[in-house]
Design a protein around this ligand. Structure first.
Ligand SMILES: [Zn+2]
Ligand SMILES: [Zn+2]
Length: 178
């Protein structure tokens, strides 16, 4: 009896761990609460394998498109991440953002943002088109010839121009998911 009592918390812990979604699953808060079927299925985006038959697309495509594997809801934060204001290289899993500052502290201070996914630079889209990233949306503001202001991928769209459409990095060429 005493032995069984001691084991109870162990069972409870094991049960709690089993109920957690597998690590790396890209699901929205609502879908995280839903039961998952244990079968596997085909990713509707890349044709790869999903980790549950109830999922629309695979983990790799969820990270690339920043959408919920199950309901396709956008998982990108609504507000741009503060950390991107710091110059340097920012990395979240397969996403990389490089922020460089030129002529810092002068009236010509310029900001340059390079964005890549799985080691491939995201192709340049139309002006103010955006990519949903783990740091929030990043907008393509073009490469203005002036020194000051934003260049490349920026956390805010070019003012006085309409916001464009969402674009998604292309499928990584022969790059296996982590
Ligand atoms: Zn996929
Ligand atoms: Zn969802």
């Amino acid at each position: 009896m005493r032995f069984r009592t001691l084991l109870l918390p162990v069972y409870a812990l094991a049960f709690a761990l089993a109920a957690l979604p597998a690590q790396g699953e890209e699901l929205c808060a609502a879908c995280r609460k839903l039961p998952q079927t244990k079968d596997l299925s085909t990713c509707k985006i890349c044709g790869g394998m999903t980790n549950s038959g109830s999922f629309h697309h695979c983990m790799g495509c969820a990270e690339r498109t920043m959408t919920c594997q199950r309901c396709e809801t956008d998982l990108s934060p609504a507000e741009p991440a503060k950390e991107l204001e710091n110059p340097g290289t920012h990395t979240r899993r397969r996403w990389t953002y490089v922020h460089t500052v030129t002529h810092a502290g002068t009236r010509s201070e310029g900001h340059h943002g390079e964005l890549s996914f799985a080691g491939q630079p995201v192709p340049e889209p139309g002006l103010n088109d955006f990519v949903a990233t783990p740091w929030g949306r990043l907008y393509w503001v073009g490469r203005p010839p002036v020194l000051f202001g934003g260049h490349g991928w920026m956390p805010h769209p070019k003012p006085s121009q309409p916001v464009g459409k969402k674009v998604v990095p292309p499928l990584p060429a022969q790059v296996p998911a982590p």
